[in-house]
Design a protein around this ligand. Structure first.
Ligand SMILES: [Zn+2]
Length: 144
């Protein structure tokens, strides 16, 4: 295991894009491999120069914890709810005006209704999928 270098994972490691398993592999490997440790330090220094902000492992972990914080999850949930509610209201408003519009034929209304209905169903299935994913999020390290 120690012979397999982790160079291709280092960038993702610094960006916090790896799975928990990959992160552990990098940490473990770097503890025994000077070359990859140097590469990581070099890459980190490069990132710091580019971003102008210090980027430490502690900072990454704190960022990670904050992202997993329930407050963030809650506010994100509210954001989603507002977004969906707004879309629904706008959709229903548009549909209402469509339905009372006497200048359009039934077929035209039916087609537009079908398009928006289809969109609503798609939106609902995406939302449902997200809710299911959120439930399973608690039990594994899911990347955001
Ligand atoms: Zn190595």
């Amino acid at each position: 295991m120690a012979t397999e270098h982790v160079g291709e994972l280092l960038s993702g490691y610094l960006d916090g894009e790896l799975t928990q398993q990959q992160r552990q592999r990098v940490t473990l490997h770097c503890s025994g491999c000077e070359q990859c440790r140097d590469d990581l330090a070099e890459l980190r220094a490069l990132r710091e120069r580019i971003s102008g902000a210090p980027l430490s492992e502690l900072g990454e972990d704190q960022w990670r914890e904050n992202m997993n914080d329930t407050t963030v999850q809650l506010s994100r949930g509210i954001g989603w709810l507002l977004f969906i509610a707004g879309l629904l209201v706008a959709g229903f408003y548009a549909l209402y005006h469509l339905m009372i519009d006497s200048s359009m034929s039934f077929i035209e209304k039916f087609i537009i209704f079908g398009v928006y209905g289809g969109l609503a169903v798609l939106l609902f299935s995406v939302l449902r999928q997200r809710l299911i994913e959120r439930k399973t999020d608690k039990y594994k390290d899911v990347e955001i």
